[in-house]
Design a protein around this ligand. Structure first.
Ligand code: ADP
Ligand code: AMP
Length: 220
């Protein structure tokens, strides 16, 4: 299955991706995680991207497209994948579609998690992330078992560099201006599934799996 998970920053894409990839047995491919890993390792691509991400801006389309296309050619992506946070512009979506078309492939569905801006601002202020394995926590609704340490790998949890209050509203504005048109693009192709992302994590996961099963049933 080839899936795209969209929604504003903090909508719960990474959280849902962890559960969905386990249930669907496909890898999660998160462009945000890839950029952060690259920057942490000191690679040129990551350091270049950090000039944009640290300001809350999107990284350049061609940089992202090249990175994603290379990743999708790795063997584990042969059985399908869950893209988290890509495509974020109509240009990325169009180029990605051409790339899939050239391989005789297509997306199965695009899931959009709907969450209000005020809820996003609140969630992001309490997000803590593990830079070791990308597990995501929330100080109140999803705390780590041992304060500040990742349940999965034991790394120290921290705030993301771009999760500071002054950048969150700017990132939301970019989402509304640049990424919402991507939703219209996929709606036009009959691929979009819009779901309420404000419900508890497990309910959102179930609603995504139900919607995918229904869609698969209709396509048979
Ligand atoms: P995204 O990947 O879309 O940026 P995350 O998955 O990192 O978002 O979630 C942002 C924050 O909100 C995290 O702290 C996460 O624990 C929390 N969160 C995710 N889903 C929910 C939910 N359904 N209800 C409440 N908090 C959530
Ligand atoms: P995320 O982890 O998805 O919130 O992404 C973190 C940051 O990485 C974003 O604010 C962007 O600066 C950058 N980024 C991630 N994915 C993309 C993308 N598809 N296009 C452009 N920039 C991206």
């Amino acid at each position: 299955m080839r899936l795209v998970l969209l929604g504003p920053p903090g909508a719960g894409k990474g959280t849902q991706a962890q559960f969905l990839t386990a249930r669907l047995n496909i890898p999660k491919i998160s462009t945000g995680d890839m950029l952060r890993d690259s920057a942490e390792s000191g690679a040129a691509l990551g350091l270049e991207a950090k000039r944009y991400t640290d300001q809350g801006n999107l990284a350049p389309d061609d940089m992202i497209l090249e990175m994603v296309e290379e990743r999708l050619q790795q063997p584990d992506a042969g059985k399908g994948y869950l893209l988290d946070g890509f495509p974020r512009t109509v240009y990325q979506a169009e180029r990605f579609r051409e790339w899939l078309d050239a391989r005789g492939e297509a997306l199965d569905a695009v899931v959009d998690l709907l969450v209000s801006d005020d809820e996003i601002v609140s969630r992001i202020s309490m997000r803590r992330v593990c830079h070791g394995c990308h597990e995501t926590y929330h100080e109140v609704s999803r705390p780590a078992r041992i304060a500040d340490l990742c349940d999965q790998c034991g790394h120290k949890l921290s705030l993301r560099d771009d999760d500071v209050a002054e950048l969150v509203r700017a990132r939301l504005k970019i989402y509304h201006d640049r990424t919402e048109p991507v939703l219209h693009y996929y709606r036009g192709q009959g691929l979009l599934i819009e779901l309420d992302g404000r419900r508890p994590v497990a309910e959102v996961t179930d609603s995504i799996l139900d919607a995918l099963a229904q869609r698969e049933g209709r396509q048979r």
